[in-house]
Design a protein around this ligand. Structure first.
Ligand code: GLY
Length: 594
């Protein structure tokens, strides 16, 4: 309740701040308008460790692991398993994601545990005989066929074996989640409302109906949700290790239910799943190193392309709330998302010109096509020519431990509650990540994203993601902050705006996360903003330049209707090293430190 009141208060204050903001800032006014958008909220401060996640109980689970001597990776594993219980719309065993790890000695790595397409998933599997996209059961969005082979358990195991502290066992890291599933937790308001909202989609699936709709009786806020089948699955994982999920009883339960319902995932698919360690992609933005997620996410590459384009402008001088800044942000987004549509896909399958897309000279060429006084149209902005070319519900958490090791992890079921299918007897939801493929190249997916041939469906391929777990370093090479967000196609732009809010406008991490966001994704050719997020005067200035501006309607996948993302960040304070945690007011999460 308190969280809801404080969110409402914050939105009111943001609105007030906008109404009070100067109309069209001139260049000389710019510096003073840099932080005129919002009141300052201070992040949570802690001396040793910090966990910022989208759900308070899961953040506390992570902190408890840190207090017991576990490192950031141990805490990440325990938090991820806990979210699978307490945040079932996106926390998961049946989905996948990406974990960025930065060790205190500076080594940084990226774990790709994105889902893989089953062997039976071929290019046109989601099209009918006329070439139209299948709707409902059998589509890429709902039901058994929508699920890719889940990667979360394998990803956690890889992180545990290679980067865990060794002080806590695999079973100990799963235990808090198992206990929460067995003993239950009080359903919070957002979850109760969200479950009712999805009632028609859960209804056809027996176990989903039983667990998440209380067999049609629904749950009230505050009622305890117990998940005994999930507790039993977690118990098997504790006892038998991660391979249980891919070869044991859990695998058998998934494969049997799939077979009975015309699904695609087989025992062989589960046995063949591999999580992979990848080399992160990097750039510098105004001298600060940015280290982020490579393919099979598009997030890091597209984030870097946008940062490189924006680096050529003095955003600080323009002022945070100026039409010039919004214009440039939108033009950078438009160009980078056009490249996403053309060039990005699973680099294990398609030729993705990563080096060309993140090249500063390429960004300079992209910049040269931007006109300060006129918006481009997306129809005229096609993908550029880089060298070498050929959740909405997701959830992010950031963790920093006492030693300075850090994790930025984003994982997902894709849409809220994924495919809505609980594989019979397992207690967990399966993803609908197959929709992140181009089910029909050139046709928009759930997020309205146009995607190309490089992201066409193929057996064992990973669908393209936008998830963008990211680290930014100080100029001396030490960790400055970890950041990431859910939000489907808006994820990359959320991370972009938090980073530029901090670097260009010197906002603290909480303020940078709180600030209203905009979004452009090339197609559709629209510049979206959050409710109350843009003054009418600025909106008119942008329209005069040719932007098609619109306020986001209910997006349906965050707590706040129409708001973008649910970022979770941790910054290290200069000199003191104090951990500064910030959870997005758009959700019900919490940064907890010790
Ligand atoms: N399912 C959303 C993403 O991975 O981008």
């Amino acid at each position: 309740m308190l969280a809801r009141i404080s969110r409402t208060l914050l939105l009111f204050l943001l609105t007030f701040a906008f109404l009070a903001a100067p109309f069209a800032p001139t260049q000389s006014q710019a510096a003073t308008t840099a932080s005129a958008h919002a009141l300052i909220r201070q992040p949570v401060r802690a001396e040793h460790g910090m966990v910022a996640s989208a759900e308070r109980i899961a953040s506390q689970v992570g902190i408890d692991v840190l207090k017991r001597g576990g490192n950031a990776v141990d805490a990440a594993i325990a938090t991820a398993f806990a979210l699978a219980v307490t945040y079932p719309s996106a926390g998961n065993l049946g989905g996948g994601g990406f974990m960025m790890i930065r060790l205190r000695d500076g080594r940084t790595t990226a774990i790709d545990y994105r889902e893989m397409a089953p062997s039976a998933a071929t290019r046109n599997i989601f099209q009918d005989e006329k070439g139209n996209l299948i709707q409902g059961e059998g589509s890429s969005l709902i039901g058994y066929r929508a699920a890719g082979v889940p990667g979360t358990v394998a990803g956690m195991e890889l992180a545990f074996k290679k980067y865990g502290s060794g002080k806590l066992s695999w079973a100990e890291l799963i235990e808090p989640a198992r206990k929460l599933a067995a003993e239950g937790f009080p359903i919070y308001g957002y979850l109760a409302r969200n479950l009712v909202k999805k009632k028609d989609q859960f209804a056809p699936y027996e176990d989903s109906r039983k667990i998440f709709l209380n067999d049609g009786k629904f749950y009230q806020e505050g009622e305890v949700l117990r998940q005994p089948e999930l507790a039993a699955t977690l118990r098997r994982l504790q006892k038998n290790g991660a391979r249980e999920f891919y070869e044991g009883e859990t695998a058998r339960l998934i494969a049997a239910d799939m077979k009975q319902h015309n699904g695609l995932i087989t025992m062989e698919d589960l046995r063949g799943y591999v999580a992979k360690e990848r080399v992160p992609v990097r750039t510098t933005y105004r001298g600060y190193e940015v280290i982020t997620m490579p393919p099979s996410s598009s997030g890091g590459v597209i984030l870097i392309e946008m940062l490189n384009i924006l680096e050529g402008y003095n955003l600080h001088e323009m002022g945070w709330s100026s039409a010039d800044r919004y214009h440039l942000m939108a033009e950078a987004m438009r160009r980078a998302y056009a490249d996403r549509a053309e060039y990005l896909g699973d680099a294990d399958f398609a030729n993705v010109p990563v080096a060309g897309l993140i090249d500063k000279n390429y960004a300079a060429r992209q910049r040269s096509t931007i006109n300060m006084t006129h918006a481009s149209t997306s129809a005229e902005v096609r993908a550029g020519h880089p060298v070498g070319a050929e959740s909405s519900e997701t959830t992010h958490f950031s963790i920093v431990d006492a030693e300075g090791n850090a994790v930025a992890n984003t994982y997902t079921l894709n849409e809220s509650f994924g495919s809505k299918v609980v594989a019979k007897g397992t207690g967990f939801l399966l993803n609908d990540e197959m929709d992140d493929f181009a089910a029909k190249p050139g046709t928009p997916n759930y997020y309205g994203l146009i995607q190309g041939e490089r992201n066409a469906v193929a057996p064992h391929k990973r669908p393209l993601s936008a998830m963008t777990p990211t680290f930014v370093l100080r100029k001396d090479g030490t960790l400055w902050f970890a950041i990431g967000s859910p939000g489907g196609s808006t994820i990359i732009n959320t991370v972009l705006q938090v980073i530029t809010n901090i670097i260009d406008y010197e906002m603290n991490i909480q303020q940078a996360i709180d600030a209203p966001r905009i979004h452009h994704q090339w197609m559709p050719d629209e510049l979206a903003y959050e409710p109350y997020g843009l003054s009418t005067d600025t909106l008119h200035l942008l329209e005069a330049r040719g932007h098609k501006v619109y306020v986001r309607p209910n997006a349906g996948w965050t707590t706040g209707e129409g708001y973008m993302g649910n970022a979770q960040g941790i910054m290290l304070e200069e000199k003191t090293g104090t951990r500064l945690g910030a959870s997005d007011p758009r959700g019900d999460g919490a940064a907890i430190g010790y």
